[in-house]
Design a protein around this ligand. Sequence first.
Ligand SMILES: [Fe+2]
Ligand SMILES: [Fe+2]
Length: 341
Amino acid sequence: MSKRAKLAQDMEFPPEIEQPNVYPLSWHRGTEKMEEIYEASLREFWDPMALPWDTFDVSKYSWEEREAIAYWWTILSVFDASAPPVFAGAFIKTYEDHEEDAVRRCFFSVTKDEQNHEQVCGLAITKLLEHPDPITYEPKTDLGKRLQKNAKWLYYNGARYWDGYKAAVPKYSLAVLFSSFLMGEMGAATIFHQMAAGAKEPVFEAAFRNIGRDEGRHMAICLTLMQRDYPKISDEDKATVTKQIRAGYLFLSAVLFEPPEEFWDIPSDFIENQRAGEAVAREAGFFVPEYEAKKENWRKAMLNLKSVLDKYDIPFPAIPEVGIDGQEITDIDMEDIIPVF
Ligand SMILES: [Fe+2]
Ligand SMILES: [Fe+2]
């Protein structure tokens, strides 16, 4: 093993540092909007533990109801629990790319927010099930057993995209990553505002309100970066964005709508079990949008995204499931996924 040659003896200044290098020594400003969003993230920061958990009396619910409500939180956590490491990966990339100072701080704030969202899932599930883990929990009712089987399949599928994501981060530009993130944030902002409006338990109302506000801020971060970078996006990146939107639709449908069986590896009774669980949760007063309302939300979120991409002449994929025409995209696998929630 040869030791690195000492250069300082022969050179007045060190050689250029090879890039990408995680270590910027710069605090550039450029996108002022980013500073505003970062300041909002400080003002709006909240602590999941400080929500009114003591007002949430689980004993007034039956075990079937508790398992059904916990299942909804479990679906959410399949997405939200991957968000902290996903954004942490993107956060490191902002350093490697020597991004503007405020962009780095904004990505740090998203990482922390997502951890809050994940923590809320954990607090809700633990209180409802009296167990900190929906996978090793022993269901008490028949419905609980059926929903746990669903949860195991969701988790198995969700876990499949992690290696793909790790490979994608260095491969794609931040500009491509933003479009995938934006998709998650748009869907998330819509559903959480509705869940807050429909919630009966004060703790859930407060949680959904805070989470929805965070997601709105995350959306603003993505949009601001797209405004900065998309006017000069390459044709190759455009094609990747189109494919990622289709992939994101298939992936996020599991939480925002229903998981498409062509893409999700799920048993044939999955949808039936999920609908049964949601019906019991709704009966118990836990608001979950009905099938048609979910479909309409998802359609609106897609159309919003389409209006953003149209501005930059980025072709939108066909999403026939919600009646949107566009470019036909096939052959998408879980390993191709970048989007997060
Ligand atoms: Fe989130
Ligand atoms: Fe988010």
